[in-house]
Design a protein around this ligand. Structure first.
Ligand code: OAD
Length: 265
């Protein structure tokens, strides 16, 4: 199995593809809607932008979390070892905020897109569960979950929805402290979701790949988008701005996920 690794450096690597030969994308909702109507297999790759309209902050936009907080202080194993209380307080605040969040029309449209005869396979970088709340059944989380804790000593993984946490950091039965079950900078992606994605690609033709609300800053996101393209998919970026997908896309639907996605049904 190829080992995908969440990058060591919090600054996104320059996209090799950006700027190559100009942008092929064009705004064409009708074209994509036709493709959706005929599609039997749709892959969707989502990022923080799809949850923005639910009140969840993104990372690299002007008001994004990484503009206010240094990821080296909150999203690395070293930071956690140094000061687990500080890291947990930050995640606890995000959990409290997330507990209020509800799926927006973007999440709901993707859930409605799946129907008998049409598979919709969602790969999300988000650590929220808004796709599931919206009713999507096939959701693969590659960066973990804000609602799970994990013990690095004995491997225990627990669902934990307490907001705010009564004990910071939450303890494990073995005496160690639990960490958020989230992929931090410099860590490998968990193997189970990566395997699920590899199996999905082995299952055949993909008609459409929607990449929604992500900068696509990481190599594995670009790689999966390209793989979907090679498996026959029309590659569509749904984002108010240009993302790291650059010239590999077929169509850029420039707008907010909550406004664009319902128009595709
Ligand atoms: P970013 O914050 O890097 O990018 C958010 C993207 O969403 C940008 O391209 C915005 O233009 C776009 N966007 C903003 N509002 C939108 C809306 N309403 N509709 C559609 N698009 C919108 O977030 P990600 O690409 O998801 O990792 O970041 C990837 C990973 O980096 C995250 O999973 C996180 C972070 O470090 C972990 O926490 C493990």
């Amino acid at each position: 199995m190829t080992e995908e690794r969440y990058p060591e450096s919090p600054s996104p690597p320059p996209s090799l593809l950006k700027g190559e030969g100009g942008t092929k994308g064009r705004e064409d909702v009708a074209l994509v809607r036709e493709r959706v109507a005929a599609a039997k297999n749709v892959m969707v790759i989502t990022g923080a932008g799809i949850s923005a309209e639910s009140g969840v902050p993104t990372f690299r936009d002007d008001n994004g979390l990484w503009k206010e907080f240094n990821p080296l202080d909150y999203a690395t194993r070293e930071a956690f070892r140094r000061d687990p209380v500080k890291v947990w307080k930050w995640y606890d605040e995000r959990r409290v905020n997330m507990a209020q969040a509800r799926p927006n029309p973007g999440h709901l449209a993707l859930a409605a897109m799946a129907r008998p005869g049409r598979r919709v396979f969602i790969v999300t970088q988000n650590v929220d569960d808004l796709h599931e709340q919206a009713g999507s059944k096939e959701v693969v989380h590659i960066h973990g979950s804000l609602w799970r804790t994990r013990c690095e000593r004995d491997g225990t993984v627990l669902e934990n929805r307490e907001t705010p946490l009564t004990e910071v950091p939450p303890p494990c039965m073995c005496g160690e402290i639990m960490r958020p079950d989230i992929v931090w900078f410099g860590e490998n992606l968990p193997w189970q979701p990566v395997e699920q994605i590899h199996h999905y690609f082995l299952e055949g033709r993909i008609d459409l790949c929607l990449v929604v609300g992500t900068e696509a800053s990481f190599g594995y996101i670009l790689q999966w988008a390209l793989q979907a393209h090679e498996a026959g998919a029309m590659l569509v970026d749904v984002n108010p701005r240009d993302s790291g997908l650059g010239s590999i896309i077929d169509v850029h639907l420039r707008g907010k996920a909550g406004e664009v996605l319902p128009k595709l049904l």
